[in-house]
Design a protein around this ligand. Structure first.
Ligand SMILES: [Mn+2]
Length: 326
């Protein structure tokens, strides 16, 4: 991290009386935990804080135990603020309808860990070596003049735990674990986070997982495990699309897989594809080639194809093309 950049951003944040924190649509644990955690820290420093992401502005139930939800405002309710801070956004497009509000602001501070971050901020606190955006927030909180309360520590811990698959993915470093330990010292209960986030599924969610597992297949040639869920499956199980972020993880454990893909039909009929990798394959590259983005071990894109078989064929072609190149 560029110290100069941090100290400039710190001056901007210290001088600001109000701050808006934005994150990406369908926020995951890191986006929500980073936004709430940073929001509470800024509020603790006496600033007027508003926090938003593109509609639907809903926090998945499993994150309801986190503090700071009083800071949430709808995108239309974000008035002019002294500074806009984006968290966990690789590019401005991730802000969807919030993008014009962000670019209206004189100075954006961009805090993120995506390798393909476009450095769109006036100040960029971007570190691809960090396991989660929350790791960057914690590492720099003292330089930014912010204090971490127990409540904000829980948010940051939850963000790191979810982005690292509970401290088990290839993005985990000694620094990640040291930060987690410091957060525990600040009063976080790892068990409380685990119970709330991972042992808190509805029966409907498990049934949807059953449907997804039933649809799963393996392409042994490409060591690809894939499955799909349709709008019909979602309706039958009464699960919301934004509750399905971690569904793909149960496919990961299939022996012999290097690449894991889950095709999801969105409400408008387009197909969203989530990718995960094992054994160091870079699925971020695959997603970027198909118009999306993400990390080497976790990425996603929206398919240009209208049906699951076509979207699968498109993905297989791209995997082959990239593997031939490398
Ligand atoms: Mn993240």
């Amino acid at each position: 991290m560029d110290e100069e950049e941090v100290s400039k951003a710190s001056r901007l944040i210290k001088d600001a009386k109000s701050a808006a924190i934005f994150t990406h649509e369908f926020p995951d644990g890191d986006a929500i935990g980073s936004a709430l955690g940073l929001g509470l820290m800024l509020e603790g420093a006496g600033k007027k804080v508003s926090l938003s992401w593109p509609e639907p502005l809903r926090i998945p139930e499993k994150y309801n135990f986190l503090h700071g939800r009083h800071l949430l405002v709808s995108p239309n309710g974000v008035a002019g603020t002294d500074v806009v801070i984006t968290v966990d956004c690789a590019n401005l497009g991730r802000l969807s309808k919030l993008e014009p509000i962000a670019t209206d602001s004189p100075k954006i501070v961009n805090i993120d860990h995506h390798i393909d971050n476009t450095l769109f901020g006036f100040f960029n606190l971007v570190d691809p070596a960090a396991s989660a955006t929350a790791e960057i927030i914690f590492s720099n909180h003292k330089s930014l003049g912010l204090e971490v309360s127990r409540e904000s520590a829980v948010c940051l811990y939850c963000a790191i735990a979810t982005d690292t698959g509970r401290f088990s993915y290839s993005n985990v470093s000694a620094t990640t674990l040291r930060i987690a330990a410091e957060l525990v010292d600040l009063g976080v209960s790892p068990n409380e986070v685990y119970e709330n986030v991972y042992q808190n599924n509805s029966l409907e969610y498990l049934k949807l997982m059953g449907i997804m597992l039933n649809h799963a297949s393996v392409d042994y040639e490409r060591e690809l495990v894939f499955s799909w869920i349709s709008q019909e499956d979602l309706a039958a199980s009464r699960v919301q699309m934004d509750e399905t972020e971690e569904l793909i993880d149960s496919l990961r454990s299939v022996r012999g897989s290097r690449i894991i893909a889950l095709f999801k039909e969105k409400e408008d009929g387009t197909i969203r594809v989530s990718l995960r990798s094992k054994k160091g394959e870079d699925v971020g590259r695959v997603a970027r080639a198909l118009g999306g983005g993400g990390h080497p071990a976790a990425s996603g894109y929206t398919s240009s194809k209208a049906t699951f078989p076509e979207a699968l064929a498109e993905l297989k072609d791209e995997i082959e093309r990239i593997w031939k190149e490398s």
